[in-house]
Design a binder for this molecule. Structure first.
Ligand SMILES: Cc1cc2nc3c(=O)[nH]c(=O)nc-3n(C[C@H](O)[C@H](O)[C@H](O)COP(=O)(O)OP(=O)(O)OC[C@H]3O[C@@H](n4cnc5c(N)ncnc54)[C@H](O)[C@@H]3O)c2cc1C
Ligand code: FES
Length: 302
């Protein structure tokens, strides 16, 4: 077998359109910097999900760290690895980062064994966010499937804190079994204090379940939305958000008024390693939050 090595022509090398600015440390600091955190609280939500409350140790770093709903951090467990996790808390609680983590493998398994007081590292925040300011003055439809309620909590806190900026807020939440329902201890306060219309449905249940049984799309019968003045935020497995967004689109909701979080396996979180690419799109930088129009125009995104 013979191999042909391509000719390398130094005179035809692509030139950089701009000289990199190596003095611009800010851009690097935001992505490469590791914030040392302490786990200040752990809430066991279900058999496989825990809510971790982290506190950034250094007070100056705690003031620097800020994020927007939909963004994620890379969580580093020293000696075991690093994983992307959506921030599942309020943007206004400076220095405090809430993460809801499902135990699925090596790093998440270790995280589930950690105790209050353990130190962790986080990098970020990374990625795009839900355009909450653009949604001002509109009705909001928040739809979550399973663990999708975790990233949804950040826009929910945002709406709570800016309630008068938004019209009607509906939350539709679907899970496989009643035992998998997350954050139901907050539903009453969201209903009573913030006037949210919340509907929960489970796929499979026994007689002890008093609520609805079926698929998440069955909940659409229970609400009426004004498609001209509504934005939807949909988080969950790809099959679910495709189904949900297609349905809403058929009802007249524009594809660019629906936002989803497109999650892929990630390594660096900052556009360096190409691990997360869908076609030529970096889901860590150009995503994870994208409108449905953009996602449907990405080959092999779903
Ligand atoms: C932007 C983003 C936000 C995320 N937010 C959350 C969150 O809020 N809470 C949470 O629990 N998880 C979240 N994840 C998924 C989380 O990163 C993975 O579950 C984690 O990386 C698994 O690491 P592990 O070492 O435990 O699993 P591994 O031992 O590496 O793998 C175990 C199993 O999990 C699957 N897996 C690994 N990574 C992913 C992934 N990124 N997406 C889907 N399946 C995966 C593998 O295919 C394998 O089947 C998010 C992922 C992304 C990209
Ligand atoms: S995770 Fe490395 S480029 Fe996106």
């Amino acid at each position: 077998m013979t191999y042909k090595i391509p000719v390398y022509d130094i005179n035809n090398e692509h030139s950089l359109s701009q000289t990199p600015n190596f003095n611009n440390k800010n851009a690097l600091m935001k992505t490469d910097m590791v914030y040392q955190c302490e786990i200040t609280n752990i809430v066991e939500l279900t058999e496989s999900e825990k809510l971790f409350q982290l506190k950034i140790i250094n007070p100056i770093e705690a003031k620097i760290f800020s994020f927007l709903p939909g963004q994620f951090v890379m969580v580093e467990v020293p000696g075991f690895g690093e994983i992307p996790v959506s921030i599942s808390g309020s943007t206004s609680r400076r220095g405090s980062v809430a993460l809801c983590i499902r135990k699925v493998g090596k790093v998440t398994g270790i995280l589930h064994k950690l105790k209050k007081g353990t130190m962790l590292g986080i990098r970020g925040p990374f990625g795009t966010h839900f355009p909450m300011k653009q949604m001002k003055g509109s009705n909001i439809l928040l739809i979550a499937g399973g663990l999708g309620i975790a990233p949804l909590r950040a826009p929910i806190y945002w709406i709570n804190e800016h309630r008068s900026d938004f019209e009607n807020v509906h939350i539709l939440y679907g899970v496989k079994t009643p035992e998998q329902i997350l954050f139901d201890f907050q539903f009453d306060s969201w209903r009573k204090i913030y006037n949210y219309d919340i509907h929960v449905i489970v796929e499979n249940s026994d007689k002890s379940w008093q609520g609805k049984t079926g698929l998440i799309t069955d909940l659409f019968k229970d609400i009426s939305i004004d498609v001209k003045n509504t934005y939807a935020i949909v988080c969950g497995p790809p099959a679910m958000f495709k189904f949900v967004c297609d349905y809403l689109n058929k009802q007249g909701l524009a594809m660019n008024q629906m936002f989803i979080s497109l999650e892929r396996r990630m390594h660096c979180g900052m556009g360096k390693c190409c691990r997360c690419m869908v076609g030529s799109t970096f889901t860590c930088v150009d995503g994870p939050v994208m409108d449905f129009w953009t996602v449907m125009n990405l080959k092999e995104a779903i």
